[in-house]
Write a new protein. Sequence first.
Length: 396
Amino acid sequence: MTVRVHGICAPGFEGVREEFERNFAERGELGAAVAATVDGEFVVDLWGGDAKKPDNTGTRAWQRDSLVNVYSTTKGMTALCAHLLVDRGELDLDAPVARYWPEFAQEGKADIPVRWLLSHRSGVVAPREPMAPDDLYDWEKVCAALAATPPWWKPGTAQGYHAVSFGYLVGEVVRRITGVSLGTFLRGEVTERLGADVFVGTPVSEHGRCADMARPVAASGTQSGFKTPPEPPVRSLDDHPLAAVTLSLQYLPVADVNGAAYRSAEIPAANGHASARGLATVYAALGAGDLVGAATLEQLRTRQGEPDEPDLVLAAGTAWGERWEWGLGYMLNLYGQSGPNPRAFGHGGMGGSYAFADPENRVAYAYVMNRMGSGTSGDDLRSVHLVGALYRGLKG
């Protein structure tokens, strides 16, 4: 389909616009935005398409300041909050979580260091008892359940993606230190200062800017209908069901993730609402050393596990694949999803959103969309083509 693309591309980066247009014409895009900076200046700031309701009634154009749910791309913002405290000397990554959150010491967890929360090595991927999706909106209930549960494997011995628990675990440590919620801390210490449109717990006043998430395109690649959403992945380790709080969030009905309760809640692993420009602004400041010092920046992108180490959760029957290399809250550039620099780091979200920083090339990038794709964590072809064009422009 032909979609009018708005925004700017600096000379030499026209290829990004071409690929962005192809996303609409050839790759099933509905509404989206992409932004990239070099040396802190925007060389790409594009948006286009439809932010319409998922029932196909009417249209609503995507705007420069449209916000959209970015799922696990949120984790990069949550990790940043922890690293701000590390940089200030208020949080010790090697200290037990229980130093800051005493209740967490239950069920053999007294010695788990904060580092293992950020690197998906704590084993606390979910409570042992299932929780209903609506429980995700109850911060105290989820945190109490996580504090009371034993780890799913011996902490520190393996990695396993903390799909939803990551946000509560890291967020509660931040809350215990600062006295405010993760979303409040992020706004006050980062996004408001930078003028970046990124929210964890989106104020009702901003809901009118939120694009609506839509299911994937039909199997034919047309937009005449929706695929049936995939069945939830296997939720077990050793045949024990993982609680719904771990993986069911990704399978909430579209109407739920487009609702006011979801948008206003703080689920810091998965429900950030952001613009591409806002995410790129934050990553640009992070990569440039404007938010944390050089030692903290180096530490957060240092691999925490062994090379080629399988992920116990992502390999347990899920559709996402089994290998990822983790820094401290960030995906490392194992597959080149963040361009050619192996030292680039970022985070992606289910359905296709992705954002990263490449400090050596002084680049920051973000892509957001409302048509859920089959990819995640930077492997969605829509983002892959955009990143490729960005670096071709950088070389030129």
